[in-house]
Design a protein around this ligand. Sequence first.
Ligand SMILES: *[C@@H]1O[C@H](CO)[C@@H](O)[C@H](O)[C@H]1NC(C)=O
Ligand SMILES: *[C@@H]1O[C@H](CO)[C@@H](O)[C@H](O)[C@H]1NC(C)=O
Ligand SMILES: *[C@@H]1O[C@H](CO)[C@@H](O)[C@H](O)[C@H]1NC(C)=O
Length: 316
Amino acid sequence: MAISKFSIRKIFTLGLVSLLVCGELLSNTRIGIATYAVPITNGDTSPESSSTSSTPAIMVSPADDTQFKFWVKYASAAYCNVEGWNCGVACQGVTAQTRLLQYFDQTVNKAYVAANDQKKSIVVAFRGTADIEGFMQDSQFYLTDYPGITGAKIHAGFLNTFQMINKNVTNFVKEIVPKYPGYNVILTGHSLGGAMAILQLLEFVNIPGLSRDNLFVYTYGEPRIGNDVFAKYVENLRINIFRVVNKNDLIPHLPPRAFTYIQHSPEFFVHSNNTMFECPVAEDINCSNSLTPNFDLIAHANYFDTAFVITCLAKK
Ligand SMILES: *[C@@H]1O[C@H](CO)[C@@H](O)[C@H](O)[C@H]1NC(C)=O
Ligand SMILES: *[C@@H]1O[C@H](CO)[C@@H](O)[C@H](O)[C@H]1NC(C)=O
Ligand SMILES: *[C@@H]1O[C@H](CO)[C@@H](O)[C@H](O)[C@H]1NC(C)=O
């Protein structure tokens, strides 16, 4: 089974040219995410450090911690061809009893909808295979109007990618929600897939029967999606969104603040000693921003015990 290229090169970060070379991950040949700490020059010009606020970080409860480590398996499976739910490690263990309901394979953007009956959950997971490498070059940080919300702007490439799949997913979930009374709907995704999950959430909040009581989002290494108006809109939905950031993962800090991108709150941060903290305010200096500028992609490729992408290759 072919795994498409997942690589990130020539990342311009914080408005300063810094070259980050990432090994390409190809099929079952070479798995080498070789990363160099991003050489960002010091100085107060860094928008990462200048416009952050600070509130005390809160320890994450063991119950939430358990959830983060559970749903990450589904985010990981989104990198695989999940047909038959036979996709290697990501389709085994705690996810083994999953029933695939629909696989959406649009080449550029992939997603699946599955049921976990023990958890009484419908899982909607995104891969977002589109070229995050391309999206993360500063020539590609174009913002475009987010339809329907005055002043909200998001990454144009993210919106285009999302629109390839969003109607199919929305229609499918709208149809099945009444058939699964008492089930939660869980949106999840890693990296660009996390951005797709958030954009899909904005559609799901309009589906009858879905509300903050049964709709939950778990994203891992989600990039910044858009501007402050967009971030506030997401926050004001009051949906339980768990945006998990592993240590010094670079991607949640891109595109740079200098391009008016900002994360949405809250942030759930995996400290280097693996303790998890919640920062209720977005871009808080006490969570991952505390590690500026020492970000890399090694922390992006692995969340908890899940190594994204390679999970598909590790067959039983
Ligand atoms: C949050 O950051 C501020 C400023 O760096 C620091 O004084 C404070 O101790 C931090 N709080 C926690 C809980 O880490
Ligand atoms: C998505 O919807 C289009 C029509 O809008 C359809 O042609 C296509 O087959 C659908 N794909 C999937 C995977 O359902
Ligand atoms: C990890 O580090 C944080 C912040 O320094 C600290 O509050 C926490 O107690 C540490 N946890 C462990 C298990 O060492």
